[in-house]
Design a protein around this ligand. Structure first.
Ligand code: UT7
Length: 367
């Protein structure tokens, strides 16, 4: 009998309706549309007016409909996020209640931007070993909460959103065929959210000098290109494939130049790469499942396609999965799930953030 593997049978995404365009960023920091497009490939990103569970719920409902499954069919829920609402219960447990996944175990997985590839490696192994049958994996982030919208070095990069995928056991030869995951805690000092945790005194007030992303962009850039290319090579070797066998790469959407440099190193042509960075920015753990959704919607995945997901992120972490797609590239059903509307502008949504970080930049008079 062919080996038991994990196949993606459902997919979905949720993008907040309020957009942070490059033109809006020009009003917030000393930047230009031209600089951002040339250096990152980004033109706009979603800024969420709701909580991260709301984003995750919508993406999840679309993926369950696409898989044609009932909520009671799911036996495991994994939520990849670095922006959980609170730490206990896990965000996955919130979502389990919200969706009514009464038969599902639930846990969060934090591997920053590598969260979806780490989750895929984890749930594929659990499905292969028979621990799980039908698994819902969500990558969801509300990153704008921690960005400093006075700091042009970081605030242009990130957006909010959620992507989801349903994994099911299969023995038809398709599914996830190889993984590579890794981490470098020393290099992790290049990208730190020193918030969302138990560090420090109990009575410490939130402080704009502490509760902000520490980020060494150029350093992370170099680690990213080297790390992803080496990870893809190791995964290809394990799968006994070469880069010539790849039909589509779905990379973490951190920076178009990082993606291009990685692809060049691997000798893969540009037309085999899925990009949606222009309209979504970097959504951390949500970026690959959102790009997977868009690749299917654009007809870029065919039955039997060999697909590579690869990512790097805070930790530093990195990871790659190689999968052979199954027979179905269309959703079984669709869902009407959507976020509640909002009449807030992007400036309304970012105002609390600007107010909080202004003293750090000594720009309170400008708010
Ligand atoms: O998913 C994991 C997280 N993602 C990442 O970590 C992304 C990794 N890094 C990057 O994507 C890039 O390093 C950045 C986009 C952050 C920066 O691009 P870069 O080409 O590495 O620019 P740079 O840091 O070398 O800066 C070049 C210049 C500097 O000015 P000087 O010193 O040459 O006068 C910066 O101050 O560009 C300036 N600069 C900007 N100018 C206009 C930096 N940010 C901006 C900006 N607009 N937003």
């Amino acid at each position: 009998m062919t080996q038991r593997r994990a196949q993606i049978t459902g997919w979905g995404k949720c993008v907040p309706p309020v957009k942070l365009t490059n033109a809006a960023l020009e009003q917030l920091v000393d930047t230009s549309d031209q600089w951002i497009v040339e250096r990152t490939g980004m033109k706009e990103r979603g800024i969420s007016h709701v909580e991260v569970t709301d984003l995750a719920e919508v993406a999840a409902k679309h993926s369950l409909a696409a898989a044609g499954l009932e909520v009671t069919d799911i036996d495991l829920l994994v939520m990849a996020t670095v922006t959980p609402e609170i730490t206990c219960p896990s965000n996955a447990c919130f979502l389990q209640e919200r969706l009514g996944l009464v038969n599902a175990a639930a846990f969060d997985l934090n591997a920053a931007c590598s969260g979806f590839v780490y989750s895929t490696a984890t749930v594929a192994s659990m499905i292969e070993s028979g621990v799980a049958e039908r698994v819902l994996v969500i990558g969801a982030e509300k990153l704008h909460f921690v960005m400093d919208y006075w700091d042009r070095n970081q605030c242009i990069l990130f957006g909010d959103g959620a992507g989801a995928a349903v994994f099911e056991a299969t023995t038809d030869g398709s599914g996830v065929i190889a993984h590579d995951i890794g981490a470098d805690g020393v290099a992790g000092r290049t990208m730190v959210f020193p918030t969302f945790g138990s560090r420090g005194e109990l009575d410490r007030q939130r402080d704009p000098a502490i509760d902000r992303l520490h980020f060494e962009g150029q350093n992370v850039f170099k680690h990213a290109v080297r790390g992803m290319a080496a990870s893809v090579e190791r995964a290809l070797e394990r799968a006994e494939l070469t880069s010539a066998d790849i039909d589509l790469v779905i990379p973490h959407q951190a920076n178009q130049r990082i993606i291009e440099a990685t692809i060049n190193r691997l000798g893969i042509s540009d037309d085999k790469v899925m990009l949606n960075i222009e309209t979504h920015g970097n959504t951390s753990a949500a970026s690959i499942p959102m790009a997977l959704h868009d690749a299917l919607a654009q007809g870029r995945i065919e039955p039997g396609s060999t697909i590579v997901q690869t990512a790097f992120g805070g930790g530093l972490t990195w990871g790659t999965n190689i999968m052979k797609w199954g027979d179905r590239v269309e959703p079984i059903a669709t869902s009407e799930a959507d976020l509640p509307p909002t009449d807030k502008s992007v400036f309304d949504l970012l105002a609390p953030n600007r107010e909080f970080f202004a003293p750090y930049h000594d720009k309170a008079h400008l708010t």
